[in-house]
Design a protein around this ligand. Structure first.
Ligand code: PEP
Ligand code: MG
Length: 564
């Protein structure tokens, strides 16, 4: 719960709507300064373009200047600020957007295009008024709830946890990396709500209910009380679960289940230790790239890995090589057609060997610091796996020649998250030491439904029978060859699926640290024979809706309080 900080779809902060009566003169001064500064910028652009390309190309800037300095616009803004006490930012947005709309509705493509000129002026003025844009989201200095059209995973990762109490985005899906990072950082969030930013202004009170996917704007007293009560309940539930921390995750009929954690940043390791995780089942190292402006060098990699290894004190740590691409791209790379089907993940590493080798060197050097295991993401073909292993062997030879210590026998595994890999799984299990089923991508690629696209969120379901069949195939093939198998997608951290996954044969789950206590509770409350029955029944069902409601009923029988 907190004050809204609103970021529109072009990354601009939508300001507070009102200013105090006695601040009006000061605000008008700010407006005038912004108009002068914006005018200077446009003038400078005009001159540069005229010099480089000729006067006729500079004409557009002259038109911008004319619009910006139009006395009618200044008078309109003046009255909005003086009479309605709008903030200059809000007045600029309101007035210019109204003009732009008029142009957009004119049936002339030339004039409709002019709307973009007006947006341009609006942005320029806002930039001057605010003196900052979305990059400074990380520098928020008072408690806020961020409401944005979209947030990339790296922007999410850079949110200042001390002040950002929650966030909501219009775009995205529950398995998008933005959502995953929010979970890792334990920031309450709702993603993919659809349009709502026009209904809210900076400074409005907002409640984010991540459990139920609700964003409540300007709540009334009763709602506020209800949520205060809920928040207190949540805390007491978490405190109760804490008592499970040092107890093993053993089923009621005595089978131990390994509960590992997924992390994105070394800083999360403490959460894993606090929640009693048995190790790290997935370290998403691509976040090293997403957070930094320049490419991390070997030492940056090494320091991160060494920190994780030392804090995990001998417990297993699975380091996954970079899974860059798809929705884990920087804004710079936006615009690639079909990024999810493009040069992503292991494909990108194999195309960019210096990047890959740098990472492998750091991983190998860290392999003497504890129980380190290496995993390749998004493997689709045997050839890719073999190529990745060849590069690794080559890097090992280099290190040996240089006399650098590393563990030549470190276990090598792969993510199973492309349907092609499942279909060829009997071959893959002969060539790896372990596999980890990535249900997030497996779901997206099986159903051809983008995990970050809210428009297909109804189709995207890891409980879809087609996905479940693939999961079962992978587990059976691994069991036949006695290759350890883990599952590390969002599904593993959802209590609804724990019985099903155990019933399908999994004995190892890797999940977001905050979900460990609840999943442990389910593991300790169920018998494997019941889980097997549940899985058998589920595999006869035809759609994910029926499967989910059946699983809800089964969980309710055992732990009714877990089902709201
Ligand atoms: C997955 O795809 O299930 C997975 C764990 O990897 P990521 O979410 O990082 O793509
Ligand atoms: Mg994946």
């Amino acid at each position: 719960m907190g004050e809204a900080l609103v970021i529109d779809n072009e990354g601009f902060r939508i300001p507070r709507r009102f200013v105090a009566r006695d601040a009006v003169e000061h605000e008008l001064e700010r407006l005038d300064q912004a108009i002068v500064a914006a005018g200077d910028e446009i003038q400078a652009n005009r001159e540069a373009v005229a010099r480089e390309l000729g006067e006729q190309y500079a004409a557009v800037f002259s038109a911008h200047l004319q619009m910006l300095r139009d006395p009618a616009l200044r008078a309109e803004l003046d009255s909005m600020i003086r009479e309605r006490h709008y903030s200059p930012e809000y007045a600029v947005s309101r007035a210019l957007r109204r003009y732009a709309k008029v142009f957009q509705t004119i049936e002339s493509s030339y004039l409709a295009e002019r709307a973009n000129d007006i947006f341009d002026i609006e942005k320029r003025l806002l930039r001057n008024l605010l003196g900052r844009n979305r990059e400074e989201l990380s520098q928020v200095v008072s408690p806020v709830v961020v409401l944005a059209h979209t947030l990339t995973p790296s922007e999410t990762a850079n949110l200042n946890r001390a002040f950002v109490r929650g966030f909501a985005t219009e775009t995205g899906g529950p398995s998008s990396h933005t959502a995953i990072v929010a979970e890792g950082l334990e920031i309450p969030a709702v993603v993919g709500t659809g349009g709502f930013l026009t209904d809210v202004s900076g400074g409005d009170l907002v409640i984010i209910d991540g459990d139920n996917g609700l964003v409540i704007l300007q709540p009334d007293e009763e709602t506020i009380d209800h949520y205060r009560h809920e928040a207190a309940e949540n805390l007491s539930r978490a405190a109760k679960l804490e008592s499970l921390r040092d107890l093993p995750a053993v089923t009621a009929d005595g089978t131990p289940i390994e509960l590992l954690a997924n992390i994105e940043f070394p800083g999360e390791v403490q959460h894993c230790v606090d929640r009693g995780s048995d190790g790290i089942g997935l370290y998403r190292t691509e976040f090293l790239y997403l957070g930094s402006i320049c490419e991390p060098d070997e030492e940056v990699h090494y320091r991160s890995y060494a920190e994780v290894m030392s804090k995990m004190k001998g417990r297993p740590v699975v380091i996954r090589t970079c899974d860059l691409g798809a929705d884990k791209i920087s804004r710079r790379m936006e615009g690639t057609p079909n990024p999810t089907l493009g040069l992503r993940s292991i494909r990108l590493s194999l195309k960019n060997l210096p990047l890959f080798r740098t990472q492998l060197r750091a991983v190998l050097r860290s392999s003497v610091l504890g129980d380190l295991r290496l995993m390749f993401p998004l493997v689709a073909t045997l050839l890719e796996l073999r190529q990745a292993k060849m590069v690794l062997a080559d890097v090992m030879d280099d290190l040996e020649e240089e006399g650098v210590a590393f563990n030549r026998d470190l276990p090598i595994g792969m993510m199973v998250e492309v349907p092609a890999a499942v279909l060829m799984i009997d071959h893959f299990v002969d060539e790896v030491d372990f596999i980890s089923i990535g249900t997030n991508d497996l779901t997206q690629y099986t159903l051809a439904a983008d995990r970050s696209n809210k428009d297909v969120a109804g189709l995207y379901s890891s409980a879809d029978p087609a996905v479940l069949r693939l999961i079962r195939m992978a587990i059976e093939a691994a069991d036949r060859k006695q290759v350890p198998v883990n599952a590390c997608g969002q599904m593993s951290g959802n209590t609804l699926y724990t019985m099903l996954l155990l019933g399908l044969g999994l004995r190892r789950l890797s999940i977001t640290p905050s979900a460990i206590p609840e999943i442990k509770r389910v593991c300790r409350s169920v018998t494997l024979s019941h889980c097997r029955q549940v899985a058998e029944r589920v595999l006869t069902m035809e759609n994910s809706r029926d499967i989910k409601s059946y699983l809800r009923e089964e969980l309710k029988k055992i732990l009714p309080e877990m089902i709201a």
